[in-house]
Design a protein around this ligand. Structure first.
Ligand SMILES: [Zn+2]
Length: 139
């Protein structure tokens, strides 16, 4: 029902896991590749999201997040939106460029992106020590 448009109609298989039919729900909720990335990132971030589709989670976070508000919510939002972005990029790379990266490479890219965004946070002194340790932020 929510299949994504693709260049050909005959191959609707997910390029990330090569196992299921591709859909938004599959890509961001049920795909083994995406779940592997999510596991790696969640483990690093020490974050555990409710078991909801990612678009619902993003919407929930977006409604509660401002860069100057609760920093933990803001970081949760950064992490989740970064995962969605990189998984979608990977999907497109595999579909259109015939080039692929493993889950741990996506994890590295996501971790680097979060670190940079935290380094650019205007009130770095307000970042809790726990977060600085996780994301390797120096004072
Ligand atoms: Zn898949």
């Amino acid at each position: 029902m929510d299949r994504l448009p693709s260049a050909t109609t005959e191959d609707q298989r997910c390029r990330l896991c090569h196992d299921q039919v591709e859909s938004h729900a599959h890509l961001f909720f049920a795909c083994n590749f995406s779940l592997r990335v999510r596991w790696l990132v969640s483990n690093k971030a020490k974050m555990h999201w409710p078991n909801l589709p990612w678009d619902e989670l993003l919407e929930w976070l977006q409604q509660r997040t401002t860069p100057t508000g609760n920093i933990m919510l803001w970081v949760s939002f950064l992490v989740l939106s970064s995962m969605v972005y990189h998984i979608w990029q990977e999907r497109n790379r595999r579909r259109f460029d015939d080039h692929s990266q493993p889950a741990h490479m996506l994890y590295e890219l996501i971790a680097r992106q979060i670190r940079v965004q935290l380094m650019e946070y205007p009130n770095r002194q307000d970042i809790p020590e726990g977060l600085k340790t996780i994301w390797n932020i120096e004072d």
